[in-house]
Ligand binder design. Structure first.
Ligand code: NAD
Length: 445
């Protein structure tokens, strides 16, 4: 239905009619393809910063056409704003207005990325003001973008800079079609750890990855995406989903493990299978999840407890076992949800479980880092799957259209791309992040 509507409002006579009637016309998003260019046109780098020239040289080595000054006529595929050395809000205007002047030159699917530093409680007031101000400005800019273009930001913690692997990894992620449904978001580069891949088309080459709940929906898409990116896959799901699981495995040369993730020995079974069959366990994606929606006034123990058991308690138990096993360099990526950030009517149980994932990820970051690993979460917004197909049509249509700039739900692939990036070595310095893949659907966040 979403695709049909998009087709109608973007082609031929019906496009003209939709324009005339003022109907919302969701843009086609620029998604990743192995042979598509990193950006759909030249990139303009505005602002000065230590190592800006080296950054430009790196962008050139990525086959990008880099401009350091706006000639005012060229079409642009990307815009990078270097804001990390600003010390007072009054310094913002020159760069933000220069960015504003360049916005009309952006082609559909373009990317704007700011690079700045996080505001700290220990910063001087003016410094904290400009840094936090950039956060507000970029989130607002995200809502003003058109034609499927997005605006996101990278925050550099002390000790990291423009050339840190995490900065370059995040920049490539934001530039590429992998971030099609990520808008108005920030990634923080916390450490200088990590490494860019030898081959950007196979960033997970040599890795063994396990995806739970992989028989359908987002999990199946994650498994396909990690396999495309070079990983050897183990796909996990309930015995009842065995046939669908085998079909996914056959497509990507994966092995299957039929398992309820709430089983007490789930982690041990996963380790035994991955290490026994494939020699190591490098990436775990905790994707298996359920909803049992009811207003709290009508909630029963079975609904509440099953959601907590599958969506968070199982992950806590498994992570403990993985940590105790000291698997070197293990990267864990969990599925949170925007419901766990902003709340959602009828989902107190689900939001408790997904808020729980966010708390778990933040507090576990140091534990995984001690073993050279990392943990992160992706918080999807409205993604078109069998789970969201259960939402009544009217609510679903409104949910798609109210998104300010992208005007559509995301696809499982959009979530999968973010997970593949956060599970890669390039994202090691981003340990502990929660990245929303939501088309900026929440008001105010
Ligand atoms: P889905 O219902 O289509 O698929 C979930 C899969 O998990 C199914 O194959 C199911 O059999 C499996 N599963 C459930 N319980 C299990 C268990 N105990 N052990 C093993 N496997 C189990 O759901 P989806 O929409 O693809 O969602 C995947 C994840 O993304 C979930 O964690 C969900 O909460 C999260 N999420 C989805 C959306 C969305 O819009 N669809 C939004 C935010 C978050």
């Amino acid at each position: 239905m979403a695709d049909k509507y998009m087709e109608l409002v973007n082609t031929g006579m019906t496009k003209k009619l939709a324009k005339l009637l003022g109907l919302p016309r969701p843009p086609r998003l620029r998604r990743y393809g192995e042979t598509t260019p990193l950006l759909p046109g030249p990139v303009l780098v505005l602002g000065s910063s230590a190592r800006a020239q080296e950054l430009s040289d790196t962008l050139v080595s990525w086959d990008l056409d880099v401009r350091r000054h706006d000639a005012g006529d060229a079409k642009l595929g990307g815009l990078v704003l270097l804001l990390d050395e600003l010390t007072h809000p009054e310094q913002l205007s020159a760069l933000m207005l220069a960015a504003g002047a360049a916005l009309r030159q952006l082609v559909p699917g373009a990317r704007v990325v700011s690079i700045s530093r996080p505001a700290l409680d220990t910063d001087a007031p003016a410094l904290a003001a400009v840094r936090q101000g950039i956060d507000g400005a970029m989130r607002s800019l995200g809502r003003e973008m058109r034609g499927g273009a997005t605006a996101n930001g990278i925050l550099l913690n002390e000790g990291t800079d423009l050339l840190s692997p995490g900065t370059l990894g995040a920049l490539r992620f934001f530039f590429s079609g992998r971030s099609a449904y990520v808008d108005g978001q920030f990634l923080t580069v916390r450490t200088t750890e990590g490494a860019l891949p030898q081959d950007f088309r196979k960033p997970l080459a040599g890795k063994v990855a396990v995806v739970t709940g992989a028989a359908r929906g987002i999990g199946a898409s994650i498994a396909r995406t990690l396999a495309r990116d070079g990983a050897q896959l183990v796909v996990v799901d309930m015995p009842a989903a065995g046939e669908a699981l085998a079909a996914v495995a056959n497509q990507i040369g994966a092995t299957t493990l039929q398992l309820d993730v709430t089983a007490k020995d789930a982690a041990q079974q996963i380790m035994d299978h991955a290490i026994g069959r494939h020699g190591s366990l490098d990436i775990v994606v905790h994707n298996a999840g359920i909803t049992r929606d009811k207003l709290l006034a009508n909630m029963d123990a079975a609904r509440w407890d099953s959601v907590i058991a599958v969506n968070i308690a199982s992950q806590l138990r498994m992570n403990e076992v993985f940590l105790a096993a000291k698997l070197p360099g293990l990267r864990v990526v969990s599925l949170a949800s925007t419901s766990g950030i902003a709340g959602n009517r009828g989902q107190t149980n689900y939001a408790a479980s997904k808020g729980g994932v966010i708390g778990m990820v933040r507090s576990s970051a140091k534990l995984f880092a001690e073993q050279g690993g990392s943990i992160a979460a992706v918080a999807p917004g409205f993604i078109e799957t069998e789970m969201t197909a259960k939402i009544p049509l009217g609510t679903r249509t409104v949910a798609r259209m109210v998104l300010p700039s992208l005007m559509q739900g995301g696809l499982p692939q959009d979530v999968a791309e973010a997970i593949s990036f956060l599970g890669s070595d390039a994202a090691a310095g981003l340990n502990g992040q929660v990245l929303r893949v939501c088309g900026q659907s929440l008001v105010g966040a």
